[in-house]
Design a protein around this ligand. Structure first.
Ligand SMILES: [Fe+2]
Length: 465
């Protein structure tokens, strides 16, 4: 080796060291640590629809594996009322009927209204449907559009919202999402809905207000539900020992369609995406139902049919804030080798009330005695995105691990939402939108190259300051 080559090697090693010691960008936007404030009960966004027993808290989610069914849910307060959904194609006058079930529950001193769930099946792809619930003069009408038939190059746009709550900031996040010109067609919600459990006795009235608040979006496009810690509602001090009780009664998921045995972990296919929802607060160790399900689910993903493999969970694996630091670590240890093996494109999580995007990294070599425990760049690994910045009453996470770890590409403590805009089998445009800017301003963005069809480096992030 000549002197020049030796120097080059040394320089290369030094550059490498510099790279590994420095993380990505910590945004220059610095927010005051202020608690977000919940909107009062008499806010217009919580208004009860007029009329006796009028349906309220209307929401829809995907009702099958492939997007040809929709679960419609709503609440009536005075009496059970009709449990039938009437629906029809935009181009047709003939109304069809779908009948559902009614459930109620008690939580300490709270008694729920009559919660209706009805599944509409055998819908046509890529079609606008109207639907109505309620009776006579309190009938309420909504609409949704079914996704196109599943296929590798079908464009589709997902919104990403997490940890939403019902503060003034939550309202701003939802409005920004609704006004975003990229037009999200389905929301991938990464957990923590109402934050009712922050109220005395988990005041479930705040589950009702959240249902009325979110209706303006979720009655018209499906939200795909992930459960967070605020859905656990475990309160033995008031005799409430059954986890997930309010959430389970109010929100449904199509888990049986993907052979899951629990509503908290399941998968759906939609357009060109295969979406796997995992449960951070259900057992995930070896031999558990969730582990066994995921072990069977991943080999089923057909990337020639659905090239985009997206995973949703609540507690992030790669998080460099000093909030919930390492809470996702045990699940990471269990499942990360699979995510690398099956080339998951992106993992969305919430929980930390801020925004962060990782490099493509993995950390799967550690075996207790070998000491190899640093995340490394890995083109087969997903990008990890924390999008728990919906704006709930607990306020922003502003305190970060310093220096920024090498796995962290971009982080900023602002409320906002994101859009994952799939163009075809190889490309998807991702953008994050902070609430302080106009809804179309991209605070962070990245072109995703599909890991299966285009397994090379993503374009470097374009960051706006
Ligand atoms: Fe959380």
């Amino acid at each position: 080796m000549g002197l020049f080559q030796g120097l080059s090697l040394l320089l290369g090693l030094l550059l490498n060291l510099v790279f590994h010691c420095n993380g990505g960008t910590t945004s220059v936007f610095v927010r005051n640590v202020e608690k977000a404030i919940d909107m009062p009960l008499d806010s217009d966004v919580f208004a009860v629809p007029s009329g006796y027993n009028a349906p309220q808290q209307v929401h829809i989610t995907q009702g099958d594996l492939v997007g040809k069914a929709v679960i419609v849910s709503w609440v009536t307060e005075d009496e059970p009322g009709s449990n039938t959904v009437r629906y029809w194609r935009e181009s047709s006058k003939r109304k069809k009927l779908a009948k559902g079930k009614i459930v109620t529950y008690r939580f300490f001193n709270y008694t729920s209204g009559f919660i209706h769930h009805a599944t509409i099946r055998n819908l046509e792809y890529d079609t606008k449907y109207y639907y109505e619930v309620g009776l006579e003069n309190t009938t309420r009408k909504f609409w949704f559009t079914t996704p196109p038939e599943i296929g590798p190059d079908v464009p589709y746009t997902f919104g990403l919202i997490g940890d939403l709550g019902q503060s003034y900031d939550s309202n701003m996040t939802l409005s920004h999402y609704e006004l975003n010109a990229r037009k999200g067609q389905t929301v991938l919600f990464v957990g923590d809905l109402s934050y009712a459990d922050n109220y005395p006795n988990h005041d479930n009235v705040r589950w009702d207000t959240w249902g009325r608040f979110a209706e303006r979006s979720v009655a018209y496009q499906p939200w795909i539900w992930t459960v967070g810690n605020h859905e656990i509602d475990f309160a033995p001090e008031i005799g409430e020992t059954k986890p997930f009780k309010p959430f389970s009664h109010r929100y449904r998921t199509p888990y049986k369609a993907s052979q899951s045995t629990s509503p908290f972990w399941y998968s759906i296919k939609r357009a060109s995406a295969h979406i796997i929802v995992l449960a951070s607060y259900s057992a995930y160790g070896k031999y558990t139902p969730q582990y066994k399900w995921l072990e069977q689910e991943l080999p089923k993903v057909n990337r020639t049919e659905t090239p985009w493999l997206i995973v949703l969970m609540h507690s992030p694996w790669y998080n460099s804030y000093n909030y919930h630091y390492m809470e996702g670590e045990t699940m990471r240890v269990m499942y990360e080798p699979w995510f690398v093996k099956y080339k998951v494109d992106v993992v969305y999580a919430g929980h930390v009330h801020a925004y962060e995007r990782s490099e493509r990294v993995s950390n799967v070599a550690y075996n207790i005695v070998n000491g190899i425990c640093t995340p490394i760049k890995d083109e087969s690994a997903p990008v990890y995105i924390t999008i728990g910045d919906g704006g709930n009453l607990e306020g922003l996470a502003t305190n970060m691990t310093e220096p920024q770890p090498a796995y962290s590409a971009f982080r900023e403590a602002s409320f906002g939402h994101a859009i994952f805009d799939i163009k075809n089998r190889t490309h998807a445009h991702y953008s994050w939108h902070r609430n302080q800017d106009g809804e179309n301003v991209e605070g962070d963005s990245l072109w995703f190259f599909n890991r299966f069809w285009h397994p090379f480096d993503d374009s470097s992030a374009h960051v706006s300051h």
